[in-house]
Design a protein around this ligand. Structure first.
Ligand SMILES: C[S@@+](CC[C@H](N)C(=O)[O-])C[C@H]1O[C@@H](n2cnc3c(N)ncnc32)[C@H](O)[C@@H]1O
Length: 361
């Protein structure tokens, strides 16, 4: 199966008929919180846009009874292979597509589903991706500078960007997506290092970034100096913010009234996009105050369930440090003409378990 492009309909892949083999039992982030937010109902149809290793999907399948169905997407064929094994016990009620979640509509169309009762995206990198040196996401083990989530798709590997982009382009990427104050120095160091030959491995790049950091910063920095550069390049290579924007543009049209949307992000820029989009979609008239009668015709389409983002509990953080930057926001699709409920604290999160108001605003 090929990676889906913007114009190519994704293809369904068969679920293996033999029993599930022991796929790595990865524990998904914010699992209880996602289930509360999605409130999966028996017999419902659900979308998991980032099935990964199938942890959230398995929990959804456990709750939607013998008639419920789930559409699972991932742009990474290795992740899909794991997910197929993990979700094999549910047979043909789980449908797999190798595609990007921004292209979810083609998958639903192929299944003949007009709408779903809930949709989840969990848009981090999977532990399998990070831990595989040959995927090039991490500098903790040396590997090729790749970073593509979809190695069969049309994205170029990070090596191409690192070896061909101008100083200004590199600086912009590292500043915008990595929010690294040393972006200019790092970009210049990368371009200078290229004069001696192409930068091909994660270790090479990490060493260049490390040297570009002033010694004082290096000594006091909590993380490796290359952390932000790697994150920034990964986001650029996979057009991660573009995917999120396009998904949010379309998903509400495909949610049944009462259907829930849950989004887990790991980056402040992503959380900000989700926060603002949900806030805008929860508003009725957006005319200026000076207008006495509504002229905009804007209607609220969602009730926001998370006034503040939900973050991991102490217990989860003790088990899984990768959950530290995870933020969950959720909303419920309103029926035509239905007014949102009055705004109050998070409508389902346990007391004190949401991040401080104003985060990532
Ligand atoms: C954090 S993991 C998801 C883990 C999953 N919720 C679980 O319980 O195992 C993120 C997954 O999303 C996939 N992914 C990221 N961006 C994507 C996109 N735009 N379209 C489809 N899949 C994407 C990655 O390949 C990865 O497998």
């Amino acid at each position: 199966m090929t990676g889906a492009s913007d114009t190519t309909a994704p293809q369904a892949t068969p679920v293996p008929t033999e029993g599930a083999r022991a796929a790595t039992l990865h524990v998904p982030v914010l699992l209880d919180e996602v289930l509360e937010a999605l409130a999966p109902r028996s017999g419902g149809r659900y979308l998991d846009g980032t099935v990964g290793l199938g942890g959230h999907s398995a929990a959804i399948m456990e709750r939607i009874g013998p008639d419920g169905e789930l559409c699972c997407l991932d742009r990474d064929t290795a992740a899909l292979a794991h997910a197929r094994q993990r979700l094999a016990p549910w047979g043909g009620r789980v449908h797999f597509f190798h595609t990007r979640y921004a292209d979810f509509e083609a998958a639903l169309d192929q299944l003949g589903w007009d709408k779903v009762d809930g949709a989840l995206i969990d848009i981090g990198v999977s532990s399998m991706q990070i831990d595989s040196a040959e995927r090039g996401f991490s500098f903790h083990a040396d590997g090729p500078l790749d970073m593509r989530m979809d190695q069969d798709g049309d994205e170029a590997p990070a090596a191409k960007l690192v070896n061909r982009a101008t100083v200004d382009v590199l600086k912009d990427i590292i500043r915008r997506y990595g929010e690294d104050p040393m972006a200019g120095r790092i970009a210049r160091a990368i371009v200078d290092a290229r004069a001696a030959g192409p930068i091909e491995t994660t270790a090479q790049l990490a060493a260049i970034v490390d040297r570009a950091y002033p010694a004082k910063w290096r000594a006091t920095s909590r993380n490796h100096p290359a952390t932000r550069t790697f994150q920034a390049l990964r986001m650029a290579v996979n057009d991660e913010l573009g995917q999120l924007e396009r998904f949010l543009d379309r998903i509400l049209d495909r949610l049944n009234p009462g259907g829930r949307l849950a989004v887990i992000t790991f980056h402040s820029l992503e959380d900000r996009i989700v926060k603002h989009r949900l806030r805008d979609e929860s508003q009725g008239c957006v005319c200026p105050r000076t207008v006495s009668r509504c002229e905009c015709g804007h209607k609220a389409r969602v009730d926001v369930l998370t006034r503040k983002p939900v973050t991991a509990s102490e217990a989860e953080l003790a088990r899984n440090s990768r959950a530290a930057s995870a933020k969950l926001r959720a909303a419920e699709r309103l029926a035509e003409g239905q007014a949102p409920r009055p705004r109050r604290r998070n409508k389902y999160a346990p007391e004190g378990r949401d991040a401080a108001e104003g985060d990532a605003s």
